[in-house]
Ligand binder design. Structure first.
Ligand code: NDP
Length: 447
């Protein structure tokens, strides 16, 4: 991935100096800049207005101490973050991640990507992201609740239904959103749509839980349709077994595919007959267990420790676990095994080398900021329902989600074509997402 445009090249060198210890953030900026060179050549007005310089600098970045007491009465300290990256299109919006790997680089890369993703949804959403280096694994419900309460005690002063509306991400599901919402309400003494992904009894939206995974499959259907085919009859491999992976598997199966492998950070299962989703949900959603337990329920399936899931031959690969989980070597194996399409359910799961290999070999490739945008889009629909005190039916939300994913695909293809990038969806997503934000920033003056 090289940047040739002299202005962007100089700017990127400066960004590297200023963010020297942030490899994931630099990776995300390099990817976006290499797509935007064509825009920089066509739109000198955006350079003059400093749009590129401003868009890479968060409007605000908060880092804070989260002190809480565990079940053994020991005081624990974690670090919390919220990056409020860009509000040109609307209130900051983006998930909260609880994972031991969370640091400033990861939160900034996620927040930066979120700007363009939210723009692509067509809704009025700015970009933000947050999290903490807290590991919910192995913690009791009481510990998770106390951590969430401590985290929200600081975060509450920075967010609001019209300011910044967080949602879930890795390690933050319905349980955590409930605890965070409860604490916000207690502190502010107001019941507002300050978080999305809420439970259905207190303002959540139908389809939000399923939205990222379902939206991913809707996007894949559009991509495959451009080659005259569909998910029906395809062997699908999905990494991860969390929220995104489970509902991608559910929708892919409903569309006639056979999902043959899923994973977690310890290993992966292969079930040639198609994974039994009721079993997966029981293990992962009810018991919070490990994917290895699948073979206790389904003896004909195999469990393999380690992260070798991309060696399983498939037609469609959906990386839905975490960033940089699919490397160049994995991409080469997928190509060799005849895979025809790869779509990112996770954020930046494919390394730049892997993406190059997909493009060089004519594999259909969907970048996460387009293909996993269904989650935040449905969060936007949750905000609309909260603001109007209404709840839409499952069918209504699902229908809007499908339409949004179709539009994202269409807009990415059009932007790529308009800027001479053929059918490259990485370029299309970056260009289409960027231009809308850039126009709004131009109109709103320098700040
Ligand atoms: P969950 O916490 O529900 O699930 C994450 C899954 O990924 C788990 O199976 C987990 O395994 C696995 N995983 C996490 N870290 C690693 C790692 N370092 N190596 C291998 N496997 C790992 O998260 P989500 O499903 O919500 O999120 C998955 C991805 O999708 C993330 O990149 C997230 O940013 C992205 N995303 C999520 C959206 C949403 O609506 N939830 C929206 C858009 C994008 P284990 O349990 O062993 O840790």
């Amino acid at each position: 991935m090289t940047i040739q445009h002299p202005y962007l090249q100089n700017l990127f060198a400066d960004i590297q100096k200023r963010n020297a210890n942030e490899p994931e953030f630099l990776q995300a900026v390099a990817e976006v800049f290499s797509s935007l060179e064509v825009v920089a050549y066509k739109r000198p007005d955006l350079l003059e207005a400093g749009i590129f310089d401003r868009i890479v600098e968060p409007e605000r970045m908060i880092s804070f101490r989260v002190a809480w007491v565990d079940d053994a009465n020991t005081v624990r300290v974690n670090r919390g973050y919220r990056v409020q990256f860009n509000s040109a299109l609307g209130p900051y919006k983006g998930g909260i991640r609880f994972h031991p790997s969370v640091n400033a680089s990861i939160i900034k890369f996620l927040g930066f990507e979120q700007i363009f993703k939210n723009s692509l949804t067509g809704l009025l959403l700015g970009g933000g992201k947050g999290g903490a280096d807290f590991d919910p694994k192995g913690k009791s419900d009481g510990e998770v609740m106390r951590f969430c309460q401590a985290f929200m005690t600081e975060l509450a002063r920075h967010i609001g239904a019209h300011t910044d509306v967080p949602a879930g991400d890795i390690g933050v599901g319905a349980r955590e959103i409930g605890f965070l919402f409860g604490q916000y309400k207690r502190l502010q003494n107001e019941f507002t749509g300050v978080l999305t992904g809420k439970g259905l009894t207190y303002g959540g939206s139908l389809v939000r839980k399923e939205a990222t995974g379902y939206g991913l499959c809707y996007f894949v259907q559009e991509m495959l349709a451009s080659k005259g085919t569909s998910l029906a009859g395809k062997r699908v491999v999905i990494s991860g077994s969390g929220n995104v992976a489970i509902y991608a598997a559910e929708k892919a199966t409903a569309l006639g595919a056979c999902v043959i492998a899923l994973s977690d950070s310890s290993g992966y299962i292969v079930d040639p007959k198609g994974v039994n989703l009721a079993v997966i949900k029981e293990i992962k959603e009810v018991r919070r267990g490990r994917i290895s337990e699948y073979t206790q329920y389904v003896p004909h399936a195999e469990y393999h420790p380690g992260f070798g899931i991309w060696n399983v031959p498939c037609d469609v690969a959906l990386p839905c676990a975490t960033q940089n989980e699919l490397h160049g070597e994995d991409a080469a194996v997928l190509v060799k095994n005849g895979c025809i399409a790869v779509a990112e359910g996770a954020n930046m799961p494919c390394t730049p080398e892997a993406v190059d290999i997909f493009h060089e070999n004519g594999i259909l490739f969907a970048p996460g900021k387009a293909s996993n945008a269904g989650g935040v889009a449905t969060s936007g629909l949750e905000m609309a329902q909260n603001a109007s005190f209404l709840s839409w039916s499952f069918e209504e939300v699902d229908c809007r989600l499908q339409q949004i994913m179709k539009n994202i695909y269409k807009n990415c293809r059009k932007a790529a074509e308009d800027y001479g990038c053929g059918d490259n969806l990485v370029a299309g997503a970056n260009i289409a997402g960027f231009l809308k934000v850039a126009e709004a920033m131009l109109a709103q003056g320098v700040f």
